[in-house]
Design a protein around this ligand. Structure first.
Ligand code: 6PG
Length: 482
């Protein structure tokens, strides 16, 4: 009997996905560039299963049922192209290649189009949830050649995480690189959620002078509220974790954050599309700032940083912080969905935002109770332009407003950096202001560069230029928006 699916790449994610597929009754053919890895896997974790090994791409192809489904679990970038180039001559028309890595979506757009010309279907799929997710149920976000989906759907939906109503956290996202785009936004939101949590931690630790056990208890309590999520849960575990000397391990970890690029891509796409994705972008910059460790150490000395003690009732501050975190999180997701909406419109992907929320409900790193409410919001209004306008989220934003402002103002007053929480509030203040000072900005542009402006008392699309000084000419420059 031939295999149902082939997987190339036996690193952590590849191995665990294969074992997961095997658990669900699929016969998987496993291949790795280095043959020893295949043997190690077959004699190790795959021992006693129905998993078959393949020592060459030809052997892999020969051992698969038609249409062949071959999933690449290799490093994103050139490695994917090199496997595609080697596979294509061995495949038949109608066969399917799937890329399950964290690929930048323009690469997926390109691969879908190039392989289409050769009659091969290509799926670019986000897979989230780390090692445990891959093994027992990840969130899977596939997009690409729609003709391929019916063949892959049963396997992916079987192995994916399920919601409390047993719905699979995997569905077709859209054409081209839509799946990888949605995974990229997932990661951007992951950056935002993590940054928000670290800001709350710093406020509690430095501002309120709390111990790690106290902070752990706070996160345990928060996890019983609307903030219930995987990232809040692991934060409480981390804060309680003691090193061999009994001290909190977290304080022994160097404070420079790494990043593999997906958060940065999210910010770059937001700039390209003109979407004010402030919170996620601030989170990326916060990681960049953290990596300037030596400069920060010198600057603290140079500026003689003062202690940032927050006076007042600790319990009141903790509740204010919870509300500020929740409200900021709403803004982060609202901005992420704005970005997906713009990308969907620009690329004709027809994204279903309720489905995206469902796919993120379980299995992935940002999984949380909150995503059910997002799904409800898009069920009510599939074209919702701002998540914060949905009545459930609007209610939370309004109720949290005063606490959120107090936390933001206090952080500024005492010098605790909270770029994401404060920029989220600033964003909402801007978004809910009908008249911003961009009129003055337009006047400046026209003053120095004759860039023209539109008037509030004339129809949109009619452009005016003023000779502000009486010295310049009346000729305006041609106007365009990038
Ligand atoms: C996931 C994660 C994963 C990501 C890591 C590391 O969904 O399982 O998003 O894909 O690679 O979290 O990302 P950074 O190194 O950029 O923090």
């Amino acid at each position: 009997m031939k295999g149902d699916i082939g997987v190339i790449g036996l690193a952590v994610m590849g191995q665990n996905l294969i074992l997961n597929m095997n658990d669900h009754g699929y016969k998987v053919v496993a291949h790795n560039r280095t043959a020893e890895k295949v043997d190690e896997f077959l004699q190790g974790p795959a021992k006693g299963t129905n998993i078959i090994g393949a020592y060459s791409l030809q052997e892999l192809v020969d051992k698969l049922e038609s249409p062949r489904k071959i999933m690449l679990m290799v490093r994103a970038g050139d490695v994917v192209d090199s496997f595609i180039d080697k596979l294509v001559p061995l495949l038949d028309k109608g066969d399917i290649i799937i890329d399950g890595g964290n690929t930048n979506f323009p690469d997926t757009n390109r691969r879908v189009a190039a392989l289409k010309e050769k009659g091969i279907h290509f799926i670019g799929s986000g897979v989230s949830g780390g090692e445990e997710g891959a093994r027992f149920g990840p969130s899977i976000m596939p997009g690409g050649s729609p003709e391929a989906w019916p063949f892959v759907k049963p396997i992916f939906q079987a192995i994916s995480a399920k919601t409390e109503n047993n719905e699979p956290c995997c569905d077709w996202v859209g054409n081209d690189g839509a799946g990888h785009f949605v995974k990229m936004v997932h990661n951007g939101i992951e950056y935002g959620d993590m940054q928000l949590i670290t800001e709350a931690y710093q406020f509690m630790k430095d501002g309120l002078g709390m111990t790690h056990d106290e902070m752990q208890s706070v996160f345990i309590e928060w996890n019983k509220t609307e903030l219930n999520s995987y990232l809040v849960e692991i934060t409480s575990d981390i804060l309680g974790y003691k090193d061999t000397d009994g001290e909190p391990l977290v304080e022994k970890i160097l404070d420079t954050a790494g990043q593999k690029g997906t958060g940065k891509w999210t910010g770059i796409n937001a700039l390209d599309m003109g979407i004010p994705l402030t919170l996620i972008t601030e989170s990326v910059f916060a990681r960049c700032l953290s990596s300037l460790k030596d400069q920060r150490v010198e600057a603290e000395e140079l500026f003689g940083k003062k202690e940032s003690i927050v006076e007042g009732d600790k319990q009141v501050w903790i509740e204010a912080l919870r509300q500020a975190l929740l409200a900021s999180k709403i803004i982060s997701y609202a901005q992420g969905f704005m970005l997906m909406r713009e990308a969907s419109n620009e690329n004709g992907w027809d994204l279903n935002y309720g489905n995206v929320a469902l796919m993120w409900r379980g299995g992935c790193i940002i999984r949380s109770a909150f995503l059910s409410n997002i799904r409800d919001a898009y069920d009510i209004d599939p074209e919702l332009s701002f998540l914060g306008s949905d009545s459930y989220f609007k209610g939370i934003l309004e109720n949290s407003m005063s606490a959120w402002r107090k936390v933001a103002a206090k952080s500024m007053e005492v010098g605790i950096p909270m770029p994401s929480m404060t920029s989220a509030l600033t964003f909402l203040d801007g978004y809910t202001t009908a008249r911003l000072p961009a009129n003055l900005l337009q006047a400046q542009r026209d003053y120095f560069g004759a860039h023209t402006y539109e008037r509030v008392d004339k129809p949109k699309g009619e452009f005016f230029h003023t000779n502000w000084t009486g010295k310049g000419g009346d000729v305006s420059s041609t106007t365009y928006n990038s």
